[in-house]
Write a protein that binds this ligand. Structure first.
Ligand code: CTP
Length: 397
């Protein structure tokens, strides 16, 4: 979703300016067209050449450069931008913007642009807490400027406290949010992710292969598009998405309970979890000694959470997933009908680039009318948006 998006990154003069290099890299990697504007003091910390190399674009430092410019550059930049991000944003730049000062390239572009503006402050904790700085921030917030707050921790000035630039992935996520349509703002989206674990004893369990990436990507994408999101997930090693209600669970039974608790309130269910179909019939509260372990395990069927949700469908949109190794379409179609779904995401996990521990997937979307949409290999991040596009169309039909 960041591909070919035009982003202006303003870098101001703080020690965190070097972290902006990583931000440019991440944005460039995601395909964004990044145009960096540096203030004079930023250039005391990092050279324009660093940003030029990483962004592949000329870095702007001066307001007027009569040799290079034939157009009014600040207006051209301001008009072209789809989002303007200032990271790090010093107390000084925040104060200048709040006061309406436009005396260099960055503040002039801020004044001239109609693009949404995100500021990522980074400064000494006392500067951050200074009432003037906080008043400026409150004023800008009330005018529609977006902020990603600094984090608490050890600061470059030697102090401990709030003032460290937010983590780069969190800033990238906020930029994605800024650039996303808000077509899910009326929706309450319930997403499940990850595997379930069915314990045999406190150290042994049955599970499915699943990293949770697809469900987490869906939760983030729905949140960016304005939805209120609840994410119920089995064990995983992923960072919890921001501004999402996160409900960690372990077994299929716990996931079932959590889903049924939240379903009433949800307008969309995206069931990406790889629920374990079976569980051990007996679970021992103590670790079983090897000598007591049986070589044949007695199993019992877990509840089918999705099928149960399908029975309480009402006007909800319900999307299921089918991970298959053979007869992909036929199996997926049967599951769509049996579980009363609107859409099923069929996934041949034997294909390279599809399935479990990878960042990408190749899927086919099947709906109730029998229509099949084949999607090419893409990142789970992109797939999440494509899937939501499809859900949005189902909602309208
Ligand atoms: N699912 C569920 N509860 C289960 C098993 C699966 O809610 N106990 C959901 C999954 O989250 C997924 C969909 O059902 O969205 C696909 O289920 P899958 O396990 O592939 O289908 P099964 O009915 O178990 O069929 P099979 O194992 O025979 O392929």
């Amino acid at each position: 979703m960041l591909k070919d998006r035009k982003i202006i990154l303003g870098v101001t003069g703080g020690i965190a300016a070097y972290k902006a290099a990583e931000l440019v890299r991440e944005l460039f990697r995601a395909g964004a067209e990044v145009q960096v504007i540096m203030t004079r003091s930023a250039q005391a910390f990092v050279t324009p050449l660093t940003f030029q190399t990483l962004s592949g674009n000329q870095v702007t430092t001066e307001l007027f450069n009569l040799i290079e410019e034939s157009k009014i550059r600040h207006v051209a930049l301001a008009d072209k931008a789809e989002a303007l991000v200032i990271a790090p944003a010093t107390a000084n730049i925040i104060g200048k913007i709040a006061a309406g000062i436009a005396d260099d390239m960055l503040t002039t572009v801020v004044m001239a642009t109609r693009a949404p503006i995100l500021l990522a402050p980074a400064m000494n904790v006392h500067m951050w807490e200074n009432p003037i700085c906080q008043e400026n921030i409150a004023k800008l917030r009330s005018r529609g400027y977006h902020f990603i707050d600094p984090e608490a921790g050890e600061l470059a000035c030697g102090y401990e406290g709030k003032g460290r630039l937010a983590e780069i992935p969190a800033i990238v996520e906020e930029i994605r949010t800024l650039l996303s349509p808000k077509d899910f703002s009326e929706e309450k989206v319930l997403v499940t992710a990850g595997p379930t674990e069915e314990p045999l004893d406190p150290v042994r369990f049955l599970t499915n292969r699943s990293s949770g990436r697809m469900g987490f990507a869906l939760a983030r994408a729905a949140r960016r598009r304005g939805a209120e999101v609840t994410l119920i997930s089995g064990p995983n090693a992923l960072p919890v998405p921001q501004k999402v209600k996160y409900v960690p669970v372990r077994s299929a039974d716990q996931m079932r309970e959590a889903v049924l608790n939240h379903l009433q309130n949800a307008s969309i269910l995206l069931m990406a979890a790889a629920v374990s179909d079976y569980r051990p019939k007996k679970t021992s509260p103590e670790k079983l000694k090897k000598s007591l372990l049986e070589t044949v395990l007695e199993l019992e069927l877990n509840p089918d959470i999705l099928a149960e949700a399908g029975k309480k469908k009402d006007s909800r949109i319900i999307v299921g997933f089918a991970a298959e190794t053979e007869n992909l379409l036929q199996n997926a179609r049967e599951k769509l009908k049996k579980k009363n779904l609107d859409l099923i995401v069929a996934n041949d996990v034997t294909l390279p680039g599809a399935g479990f521990e990878v960042e990408t997937n190749i899927v086919k979307l099947l709906d109730r009318s029998g229509k099949i949409e084949e999607l090419p290999l893409m990142s789970k991040e992109d797939l999440a948006d494509r899937l939501l596009d499809r859900v949005a169309r189902l909602r309208k039909s």
